[in-house]
Design a protein around this ligand. Structure first.
Ligand SMILES: Nc1ncnc2c1ncn2[C@@H]1O[C@H](COP(=O)(O)OP(=O)(O)OP(=O)(O)O)[C@@H](O)[C@H]1O
Length: 297
């Protein structure tokens, strides 16, 4: 279980995380989604005791991460796959981590095997590709059989096989009852793996929802009228989101078909047709984060 409560972190005049609260539960993959600079890495660093919050708290398994004597046996993390001694081999790196966390060496060797990097295990880490370093980072995160996984953009640099491997791995970890927090700035990537989505923008929460609810809640109405400009003003005046299309049709969000029809009728504007339309997940995400972008920081 991960619990973030009113977490705030500032860097000088930048508020990287602004009173953010969410939970990630055992048995599920929680996607932690937001555009570049939204505050995802900062939140994860606070969770792992690498950054001190200015307010609130970020707890893992009921308390701060820093209390664990052998943290890799409780929480596996991948924050920065580049954070490796370039002169050390992957095997030496894992053996060193295993020793400091009292994890048997054999576990480290097994992790190299199933992460698909056993062939490169004795090369210099400095010569590894980004994808291989990600695999090594995941091996390090998992070799202690932790209950919680915290992974910052783990598919960066992975090829399509690697992306599928990661997806299946994280699903299996959640199915075993572990808590998995997975960050990304790409909706397409996370929506295929995550059960729930925590969406942040500019340091704050913009949505905490299931993938399914996000799609369902993002339906709009496509409407045609001989007076699209007048109709757009009326609908916007009632709080709807209105986007004109190239062919004079309007896409309306925040109202259903009946509400659009009634608003048009009461303003005396004829309609030539209206129908509900689904919006892609990517589109829903763009809208969520664009709205938050307008809020003053
Ligand atoms: N050490 C730091 N010093 C100063 N500013 C920082 C520092 N770390 C992060 N920031 C700022 O805090 C904000 C949030 O950054 P953060 O890296 O947490 O975002 P992110 O959501 O992880 O982005 P990305 O998807 O690009 O990794 C940004 O404005 C960033 O410039």
């Amino acid at each position: 279980m991960i619990e973030v409560d009113e977490l705030t972190k500032r860097y000088g005049r930048t508020t990287a995380v602004d009173r953010l609260s969410f939970r990630a539960e055992p048995g599920a993959v929680t996607g932690f989604l937001g555009p570049n600079g939204a505050g995802k890495s900062t939140t994860m660093r606070a969770l792992l005791g690498l950054d001190r919050p200015d307010g609130g708290r970020a707890h893992v398994l009921g308390g701060p991460y820093t209390r664990f004597r052998y943290p890799l046996r409780r929480v596996g993390a991948l924050l920065d796959a580049g954070a490796l001694d370039p002169g050390r081999s992957p095997r030496a790196h894992l053996h060193w981590l295993a020793r400091s966390n009292r994890i048997p060496r054999a576990k480290a060797d097994q992790a190299l095997e199933w992460a698909g990097i056993a062939g490169a295990a004795d090369r210099r880490a400095g010569g590894l590709s980004l994808g291989m370093r990600q695999r090594l980072g995941v091996a390090a995160a998992l070799m202690g059989d932790p209950e919680v996984l915290v992974l910052d953009e783990p598919v960066n640099g992975l090829d399509p096989d690697g992306v599928r491997w990661m997806r299946e791995l994280l699903r299996a970890q959640a199915a075993d009852g572990r808590t998995v927090l997975l960050s990304s700035h790409l909706m397409g990537e996370v929506s295929q793996t995550a059960d729930r989505l925590v969406v942040v923008a500019r340091g704050g929460l913009v949505a905490d929802t299931s993938v399914r609810a996000l799609v369902e809640g993002s339906e709009g109405v496509l409407v045609r009228s001989p007076r699209p400009g007048d109709l757009a003003r009326v609908l916007a005046g009632r709080g709807a989101g209105v986007e004109p299309g190239a062919d004079g049709a309007l896409t309306v969000t925040g109202m259903d078909v009946r509400e659009v029809g009634e608003a048009a009728a009461s303003a005396g504007i004829p309609l030539h047709g209206s129908a509900p339309v689904g919006i892609s997940l990517e589109e829903a995400y763009m809208r969520l984060t664009a709205d938050a972008g307008e809020a003053a920081r």
